[in-house]
Design a protein around this ligand. Structure first.
Ligand code: NAP
Length: 472
């Protein structure tokens, strides 16, 4: 018994557990590259995380089991139901919240380290440097993520909230103050007041960096804050000499950075421009094409009309967007596609990289409805095919089909790559009204002569088309 206990607390054994955990993180992540393997990949990475946590808890001298158990119980009681209940469309704010918790844990650990070592007395300089870096970045990430959550959850206004011109100056001063206080603390001031002052400056900075950013850029900001949290966790790992935290933090930091860049490119936004703020408040955006510019005749059709168009088509390309996710119409869409295929119509799905509210949103939904993966076509692959497409069926997608991105230099989405649906012989758009999408701008596609609008909720509209199809 004693032998077994000493084996489980053996540092070499625990290091081997950490290596197994890293291996599982990385192996699990390779599964996240495709919808078919994603769930399994996620589970494998979760097992890796469980092993890393167990190894950390078994580490010799790891204390206060009672507090640890209370922490795990509170976290599990809040986290598990929240993650189970969350709607897919609310995933970005969920990620913001969980990311914020990570940043909060990092700055609290740094604070505990400061207190345990009596202001870094007798510790190596690098421990103080990494710990203070983690405290500042973790605090920025915690407060920034909370603001991002508040905006996406509509607890705070989605529009940019800014001090105006002095904003960047104030942010610069806050950063300088936080760094100055960190230098004083790191230099051996032992002052708790200075440490807390540093955390407060970083907290106000986190609020001030995210408040001026409009709702439209928020998912990119969350990804950026996620990268920050990863970096701060890795820095904590260096300070605590915990390799699991270093590797996990670096994986989060690196993947968050890559994702931020991919999203920014797909939205044609530069990261510095996003952080400078001011775009996409959720309403009409400056520079957007107004009703007057795009106004024309809108051609409204019935489900029966659409069923006839689809029944006599050779190639139908379904263009899903955020509205399909809101309506949870993916299963109805699959049923419609099956009915069309039974009539010999070829059906493909055009996937825009930022359709919906998170990368891969459409792939996940369509995979859930068992849409064959080879029918999902990425933007570059499907765009040349629209000119030979009989009907492009746009279901709850708006911005990602807006030709203003190519034709209107004044539009806030100008330069964003879009799906060229207007090149199809006929375009049918299913949405509830003429309201704009995420970027808050009108879509001139709806006024094109080859476009028809089927107004209604995506799920019921698609079900109506399928029933009408039976009678054609
Ligand atoms: P979108 O531009 O937001 O438009 C969605 C449309 O769906 C709306 O115009 C809405 O019109 C309609 N809709 C909502 N509920 C519906 C329902 N129940 N039934 C039918 N239609 C419904 O969506 P998108 O074309 O997918 O574009 C995504 C936008 O999000 C882009 O601006 C992108 O830049 C942004 N974004 C995405 C990501 C990402 O990672 N995916 C990240 C950051 C930002 P009605 O109200 O008239 O129905």
């Amino acid at each position: 018994m004693i032998l077994a206990a000493s084996f489980f607390h053996n540092e070499n054994f625990l290091r081997v557990l950490y290596i197994v955990a890293f291996g599982l993180f990385i192996y699990g992540m390779t599964g996240l590259t495709g919808p078919r393997t994603a769930v399994r990949g996620n589970r494998i990475a979760a097992v890796g995380m469980a092993i890393a946590v167990a190894a950390t808890l078994l580490w010799p001298g790891e204390g206060n089991w009672g507090l640890i158990a209370v922490g795990i119980a509170i976290g599990a009681c809040i986290g598990v139901p929240a993650a189970r209940r969350v709607r897919m469309t609310a995933m970005p704010q969920m990620v913001a919240l969980f990311n914020g918790v990570g940043g909060g844990a990092v700055f609290l650990i740094a604070w505990a380290e400061f207190r345990n070592t009596h202001g870094y007395s007798g510790t190596a300089t690098y421990v103080a440097v990494f710990s203070l870096f983690a405290a500042i970045v973790g605090s920025i990430s915690f407060w920034g993520s909370n603001i991002a959550f508040g905006k996406l959850q509509e607890l705070l206004p989605g529009r940019p909230i800014t001090l105006g011109r002095p904003q960047q100056l104030v942010n610069g001063l806050l950063l300088a103050a936080a760094v100055l206080l960190a230098v004083l603390v790191g230099d051996g001031s032992h002052s708790q007041l200075e440490f807390v002052g540093m955390l407060l400056c970083a907290a106000v900075l986190g609020n001030f960096v995210v408040l001026p950013i409009g709702g439209a850029d928020m998912p990119v900001v969350i990804s950026l804050l996620n990268a920050f949290t990863g970096l701060s966790a890795a820095a904590t790992g260096v300070a605590l000499n915990n390799p699991a935290l270093i590797v996990a933090g670096m994986i989060v930091g690196a993947s968050g950075t890559i994702l931020t860049n991919l999203m920014a490119v797909a939205m044609n936004r530069s990261i510095p421009a996003i952080v400078a703020g001011g775009f996409g408040g959720g309403g009409q955006v400056a520079g957007a094409s107004g009703a007057g510019e795009a106004a024309g005749t809108v051609h409204s059709v019935s489900a029966a009309d659409v069923a006839i168009q689809l029944a006599y088509a050779r190639l139908v390309v379904v263009v899903p967007g955020y509205g399909m996710a809101v309506a949870q119409a993916q299963h109805a869409v699959r049923e419609l596609a099956k009915a069309l295929e039974a009539r010999g119509v070829e059906v493909k799905y055009a996937i825009h990289p930022v359709a919906g509210r998170m990368p891969g949103h459409m792939n996940v939904l369509l995979a859930e409805a068992d849409v064959p993966y080879d029918q999902l076509k990425e933007m570059d692959e499907i765009n040349p095919e629209f000119s030979r497409t009989d009907v492009a069926l746009v279901i709850g997608a708006n911005d990602v089909t807006n030709p203003a991105a190519k034709t209107n230099p004044g539009s806030p989405i100008f330069g964003m790559p879009i799906l060229d649906v207007e090149n199809a012989h006929q375009v049918v758009v299913i949405k509830r009204s003429m309201n704009p999408g995420f970027a808050g701008i009108e879509n001139e596609l709806y006024f094109k002569p080859n476009t028809s609008m089927l107004f209604g909720d995506a799920k019921s509209a698609v079900q109506d088309i399928t029933s009408e199809l039976a009678g054609v």
